[in-house]
Each structure stands twice: as C-alpha cells, then as structure tokens.
Ligand binder design. Structure first.
Ligand code: ADP
Length: 484
C-alpha cells in the first residue's frame, strides 16, 4: 500500500471526533514491516466521553428504547453489511495482521455469523416461572447490565469485535470498545459501518489507543457495568483487579497451552493433519492454538516422522501469497518467540522440523519459521507456557493415566483434542482433562460461533460464544408478585 491510511479519531455517538491527545499511533504491516496507517491515541478523557455517550444511549437515548426484536434486526442487518463489505474488510484485516487472505476471508464469514447468530438470539432470551408459596407468582427476567466495556486483542480483531460486541448489543447493553493498538483497523471500520446498519447513537463507541492508557482508563472507569477482556494473563490480573474495585463482573479469556492427545488407535492421517494445522493457524497466535502434541509411545516414531514430513511442506508468506501462515504481529512478538525457542533449546529440546519462510517474503516482515520440538522436558517452559507463535511441543505418553496427567500439567485449561477410535476411551480421557472446550477426533471449529468457549484455571473464566455469552451480558431480576 503506497498511501498511508490516516487516523480517523475516536468514534463516539456515531461520529469520528479527534482524540483529546491530538496524537496518533503508527500502524505497521507485519508482512512488510512498513507503516501503512495511523490510529488516534485515545486518552482517559476520550474514554470518559465514550462511556458518557453509552450511558446516555442506554438510559435516555433511542438505543435503550428498542425492543429485543428491533435490536435483533439491527444485528442481523449488520451481518449483511459485513458480508457486503467482506472483501474490503478481509484486505484490511490481512494488511493489519499479516494473515493469509484466505484466513482473513474466513474471519469475515465468522464475523458476519456472529451478528447473524446474536441477531436471531436477541428476542429469545427469557426467564422462568419459579414455583413458590401459595399466593405468589414468581418470574425471572433477564435485563441488560448497562454500559459494557470491551478490551480486545490483535490476533483476530474482526472476529473478536463480533464475539464480544454482538452478544452485548443483543442483550441491550451500550458498548465501549478499546481495540488493540497493534491491529484494529477492521474494528474501527466496523464502528463506521454500524451506522449504515442503523444502530442509533451511543450503542457502539470505539476508542483506539494504548493498553496502559485508554485500556486502563476504560477498565477502571467508575461508570461501566461489566468488562469483557481477551488478552494476556498479566493484563487479565489488572482487569480483574479494576473490576473488583468497582464491584463489577468481568469475563477473562487469557490463552492456553492446549493439547491434542493422540492414541495409538487414532485416525492417523487426520490426526497428523490436525496437529500441524492447529499450530500454524494464524501463525500460532490463537488462544486455542493446539500447541502441544501428546502422542502415545507405541506410535510415537511413526507419528513424528509423518508430522515432520507434513511440517516441512508448510510455508509462511505475505497475505497475497496466501500460503499456510503469515508473519507474527510485531517485531516485539517475533523476538519474544525467538527467545522462547532459544530457551527451549538450552533446556534440551530438539528441533524435529521447521517450515519455511517463502522466497519473496520481505526481509523486514516479522516472519517466524514454524517449528516443532521433541525431547521436551515435561517441566520446561516450552512444555508449559504459551508461546503465542507457530511453535509446537511434541511429547510421548505411556497410557491413559499418563495422558491425562500430562494434559493437565500446565496452569492453563482452554481447549483439548482427544484422538481415538475407541469412543469410550476418548470420553473417559476427555472428561478428565480440565478445559472449557473438548474436541473428540477433531480440533477447532472454524470460528465456532454457536459453541460456548472459555477457560478453566489460568485460561480465565466466563463463557463467550453460543447462547451462554448472552447471560454474561445480562442481570437476572426475580419478580415476586403477591396475589390473593
Ligand atoms: P498481548 O500481550 O497479546 O498484546 P495484552 O493483554 O497486552 O495482550 O493486550 C490485550 C488488550 O489489552 C489490548 O487491547 C491492549 O491494549 C489491552 N491492554 C494492555 N494493557 C492494558 C492495561 N494495563 N489495562 C487495560 N487494557 C490493557
């Protein structure tokens, strides 16, 4: 891209306005290492204005007066508008994150689906009648929380916008979003497109900026009612602390070290393809990346030989080359990954295979050759900590008990896959793995909009996606009516 996309400001009350800082942040295309745009550097004052706009929209504005059906129609409409602009949005997402075009296009399909799904769900959330004493009628009612804050990461800016904003809107909340400073061009464009979809002023407010500045101001704001956060465990602690100080709730999705467990009776070829695919997807920068391959000892040699052969065909390149993966998001992230790999090697891990960086991928881009390690010490960092890059730790296990022990031996608990043609074994093992989402004879679900998703342990708490997400953004009121 030759011309630089100019900063638009902060999006409040359906209008772009300049940030009070007057400053901008340069946006770097990971595929080339070059600046391709700018965003406003939002401040605490901008956050104040955005929260005030959302509060007004919720309590006094047109947004708060809509029926659930009307909200649902707006969401559905937004989904159609995303579809209409899908190619433009995919190109922007690919430039911003470096991901291959086919993946960016798939992300737009998922984004549209979030709005379609929650559009359909908006008027289907209803309470119960509770049997109580004679002379009473008791009902439960779900109400919106009010103003919800959304702090999203850079790995899937478009999908994350849909995943967190759509259910909050479906429930009738007014939202303020702080997207990630590393990649947020699509969320900013979506804020604009929401006007085209018909959303009234103040329902969707967007303040780009730095985490420690705009992000911290939003999460600690005294007039928000809930925080939805996806990001690192370290920042997750800050978010939860900020929420606690205001006595509000939060959902935290903080990543994982997710295992695929392959038994000797697995569908071998499918498991090999899945293990390779689940770590190169989005260059391993996926919370639910399959970053550990746990393989039964009896098939270990054969499995890792097949995995090596498969991995050596994998190539990283620019979005336009549209290969298996793109670069990672930034020089900082690339250096962090390289440091973790050096540490793994110092701890004795050996390289089983490396994918390639395609000829022609710009040298200034942030490429990391996907790498598989074996001879991984179970207690080492590479076996236990999230890399957030295309780096897989392969480890053998002996039997079911050992597989369960190994699968549960990290602080995380987000997703796991169990591969076995013996259904009883797969369930027996799967039920004992402490994760929020379990796949049997498969891994990942291409967005999985309908499937409740979230963590156990250090992976966080609360559930996103599916119908469950709607309840996170709602408060239950119990209505007790006395009659004769
Ligand atoms: P990563 O390390 O993957 O970039 P982060 O947790 O740092 O993940 O970032 C996720 C989101 O949290 C981003 O939008 C970022 O700006 C925001 N963020 C970072 N630091 C803070 C903070 N101190 N308070 C609130 N939000 C923050």
């Amino acid at each position: 891209m030759s011309t630089i996309i100019p900063a638009k400001g902060v999006f409040i009350n359906n209008r772009w306005q300049p940030s009070s800082s007057g400053k901008t942040i340069a946006m770097i295309a990971p595929a080339t290492g070059k600046v391709f745009g700018e965003i406003a550097r939002g401040t605490a004052a901008d956050i104040d204005a955005a929260v005030a706009a959302a509060r007004h929209a919720f309590e006094k504005g047109a947004w708060g007066k809509l029926t659930a059906t009307e909200r649902g129609r707006l969401l559905t409409n937004f989904g159609r508008i995303v579809e209409k602009h899908a190619e433009e949005l995919a190109l922007l997402e690919a430039t911003d994150t470096g991901k291959p075009m086919k993946q960016a296009r798939a992300d737009m399909v998922a984004l549209a689906r979030y709005f379609e799904y929650y559009g359909g769900a908006a008027d289907k959330v209803h309470g119960d009648t509770v049997p109580f004493m004679d002379g009473f009628l008791v009902n439960t009612i779900y109400e919106p929380l009010g103003v919800t804050a959304h702090i999203i990461p850079w790995n899937y800016p478009a999908q994350m916008f849909g995943r967190t904003i759509a259910p909050a809107l479906a429930m009738g909340n007014a939202t303020v979003c702080k997207p990630a400073e590393e990649a947020c061009m699509v969320p900013l464009r979506l804020a604009e497109l929401s006007v085209e979809a018909g959303f009234p002023e103040g329902a969707i407010n967007m303040v780009p900026g730095l985490g420690e500045e705009a992000g911290a101001a939003l999460s600690s704001h005294g007039d928000i009612d809930f925080i939805s956060f996806t990001g690192s465990p370290e920042v997750g602690i800050l978010i939860q602390t900020a929420a606690a100080k205001n006595h509000i709730g939060c959902t935290l999705e903080l990543g994982g070290k997710s295992p695929q467990i392959i038994f000797e009776d697995a569908d071998f070829d499918a498991a090999v393809a899945s293990v390779a695919g689940a770590i190169v997807q989005n260059a391993g920068q996926t919370c639910s990346a399959g970053s550990r391959a746990l393989v039964q000892r009896s098939i270990w040699d054969k499995f890792i030989a097949a995995l090596k052969a498969k991995f050596e065909t994998i190539q990283a390149g620019t979005p336009e080359m549209d290969l298996d993966l793109g670069p990672v998001i930034s020089a900082t992230q690339r250096d962090r990954i390289n440091k973790m790999m050096a540490m793994a090697e110092r701890a004795g891990a050996k390289v089983l295979a490396k994918g390639k960086i395609a000829d022609g991928a710009p040298k200034e881009g942030f490429y990391v050759a996907p790498t598989i390690y074996y001879d991984v010490e179970r207690s080492s960092e590479i076996a236990r900590e999230e890399v957030f890059g295309p780096v897989l730790a392969a480890m053998p296990f002996e039997d079911e008990e050992d597989a369960i022990h190994l699968a549960n031996s990290t602080d995380y608990g987000l997703v796991a896959g169990v591969w076995s043609k013996d259904g009883s074994r797969a369930l027996r093992v799967g039920k004992k793995v402490r994760v929020g989402q379990l796949f049997i004879n498969g891994y990942g679900a291409g967005g999985g909009i309908e499937l409740p998703f979230g963590g156990m342990k250090k992976s966080g708490h609360g559930r996103e996606k599916g119908f469950e997400a709607l309840y996170e953004f709602a408060a239950m009121k119990t209505l007790v009516i006395k009659h004769n």
